[in-house]
Design a protein around this ligand. Structure first.
Ligand SMILES: C[S@@+](CC[C@H](N)C(=O)[O-])C[C@H]1O[C@@H](n2cnc3c(N)ncnc32)[C@H](O)[C@@H]1O
Length: 278
């Protein structure tokens, strides 16, 4: 294994450990708190993008890092044929349990977003909250090329990144990285979730930060403490525009914060890119 392959394996291992441990509690939290509203807003946006950007009616949708399945299960409720995959087997199990609990059929698999084997199979492919977590930029380009291949002609990609120049509070922004720490507390009936994140390393040249994270969860089954290490790539709008173009996408549209009509003063916490395969 060469050095870059070693670095890639380290990121994948850290990411897997993180989502394997926390997935269950995050899913439990998500079921109890306002996050359902966020997912609904994102699902509405996805349907808007399907209608506005694909040349034909979207039916088959692939989500390349589906996590707890909130998008694929939501889209299945809305009548789409969904396939979800995630690198972390524990997340796939959570997504399967969610689909079962909600009585919808979704194909769910374990898989790496940079090893997609599909060819002209999907009307839409989602890469949501994942590009900035991939181990390196080569993986991002590989992933976007494989998504391009997985799409039918006239089908669309929808992907997003966090805006590093966001002025508000979140762990994706340069502001938090310069502060060196980020604290979050979520309280819902019967649960409290505290996350204390500290910047361990930041390379401003390559736009890569390493966060050291401690999560304390008071859940009905006791108190749990997890420690994690996560790599975050601070992509800008121009980076993703460039990578999408290199991957073969031409007309690329960007929507700040899942808004169909850009607001007068966008805060742009998230940048959502939509593009069609010719
Ligand atoms: C921030 S979560 C986002 C999940 C989902 N897209 C959502 O929006 O709720 C990131 C997910 O990416 C998965 N992941 C990380 N690296 C991956 C890879 N190389 N291939 C596929 N999934 C990956 C993690 O297991 C985790 O479930």
């Amino acid at each position: 294994m060469d050095r870059s392959e070693n670095a890639r394996e380290t990121v994948l291992k850290a990411s897997r450990a993180y989502y394997a441990h926390l997935g269950y509690y995050e899913d439990l939290l998500a079921q109890r708190e306002r996050r359902a509203e966020t997912t609904k807003r994102e699902l509405d946006f996805l349907e808007f993008a399907f209608r506005a950007h694909a040349t034909h009616k979207v039916r088959d949708v692939l989500d390349i890092a589906c996590g707890n399945g909130r998008h694929v299960v939501g889209l299945a409720h809305r009548g789409y044929q969904c396939t979800g995959q995630d690198y972390t087997p524990e997340q796939v199990q959570i997504a399967q349990a969610r689909a079962k609990r909600e009585g919808v059929s979704v194909k769910l698999l374990q898989g790496d977003a940079t090893r997609l084997k599909y060819e002209s199979e999907f009307d839409a492919v989602l890469a949501l909250y994942i590009l900035f977590l991939l181990p390196d930029d080569d993986s991002v380009l590989t992933c976007l090329r494989q998504i391009h291949r997985a799409l039918k002609s006239g089908g669309i990609i929808i992907c997003n990144i966090a805006n590093p120049f966001y002025e508000g509070k979140n762990w994706f922004s340069l502001k938090s990285i310069h502060q060196g720490h980020y604290f979050k507390e979520v309280r819902v009936p019967g649960m409290r979730y505290i996350s204390i994140d500290r910047v361990q390393d930041f390379d401003p040249l390559q736009g890569v930060a390493w966060w050291q994270e401690t999560h304390v969860i008071e859940a009905p089954d006791g108190v749990h403490i997890f420690r994690d290490h996560e790599r975050l790539r601070l992509f800008t709008y121009w980076d993703i525009l460039h990578y999408l173009q290199v991957a073969g996408f031409k007309e690329i549209k960007c929507y700040p914060d899942w808004k169909i009509k850009p607001p007068k003063k966008p805060k742009a916490e998230m940048l959502i890119f939509v593009s069609r395969k010719d």
